[in-house]
Design a protein around this ligand. Structure first.
Ligand code: ADP
Ligand code: MG
Length: 256
């Protein structure tokens, strides 16, 4: 075909820049226990997640979701394979190095919030900045900004037991983003919340993702997964779907 324009377009597409890869799992295996008691929790899992993605991980209980999240979150190491986080191979780093990466590069949100009960909302959000060595003069302003972002500017001095479940989870989200992580990890973040509060918390995650934060969330609630942009489906320690759209979720959930 004599069409120079077409050739140029093809070339441009071919070299189109892609977003940086934040998570790159290559043939990850995780085996717990030894001998007869050995459990292969992950079996050759490969997965890439680019900067700015908003991803949920689904799959039956025991399919390896938490094991994968623990490895992605540098809380555990794979038995085999490589994990590149933000292009650094972190697969076999020593525990203290992994702890540094968690403090500097990752934010965590858990089902049960895990706030320190004796500290105020503000103090809970300041704490990870102390671990990360942020100068004391900066900490308060940054904590206030993070709490404002999640709509809690009027709750700075409340302790967790003076806050509702949804508010506590919003403090936890502020705490998770205050060190500007390259990746925000949430394991069942709405598991302890009613449906109205779930909606509120999910709106915050969506807003954070719209502002550029990369998010990976484990959930067993299809209505929560549908609010993310991409669904990864685990079965028996393997990724059986890596790029489901929210619309495609129904057919998988129904087993078709
Ligand atoms: P999910 O989060 O999808 O429910 P998990 O990652 O927790 O799945 O578990 C995957 C498999 O690994 C299951 O068979 C589970 O029993 C096993 N497993 C998880 N953690 C451990 C552990 N610490 N020791 C032994 N087996 C484990
Ligand atoms: Mg789990």
């Amino acid at each position: 075909m004599n069409n120079k324009y077409f050739d140029n377009v093809v070339d441009k597409n071919y070299f189109a820049p892609t977003k940086p890869v934040i998570v790159n799992l290559e043939n990850i295996a995780k085996v717990y226990g030894v001998g007869e008691l050995e459990v292969r929790a992950l079996n050759s899992v490969s997965l890439t997640i680019e900067q700015g993605e908003y991803c949920s991980i689904m799959g039956a209980s025991g399919s390896g979701k938490s094991t994968a999240m623990n490895i992605i979150g540098c809380l555990d190491k794979p038995t085999a394979g490589h994990y590149y986080l933000d292009r650094v191979d972190v697969s076999q780093l020593a525990d203290d190095e992994l702890a540094k990466i968690r403090n500097f590069k990752l934010g965590f949100v858990f089902q049960q919030f895990h706030l320190l009960p004796q500290l105020t909302a503000l103090e809970n959000v300041i704490l990870p900045m102390i671990y990360a060595g942020i100068k004391s003069g900066e900490r308060r302003d940054r904590a206030v900004a993070a709490l404002t972002r999640v709509g809690l500017e009027n709750r700075l001095h409340n302790k967790p037991n003076q806050l509702s479940g949804g508010q506590q989870q919003r403090v936890a989200i502020a705490r998770a983003i205050v060190n500007k992580p390259v990746l925000l990890l949430a394991d069942e973040p709405t598991g302890a919340l009613d449906s109205r509060t779930t909606q509120e918390v999910m709106e915050i995650f969506t807003e954070l993702n719209n502002s550029g934060i990369t998010i990976i969330m484990v959930t067993h609630e299809p209505e929560v997964a549908r609010m993310t942009r991409r669904i990864v489906w685990f079965r028996d320690g393997q990724v059986i779907h890596s790029h489901l759209t929210p619309e495609e979720l129904n057919s998988v959930a129904l087993g078709t």
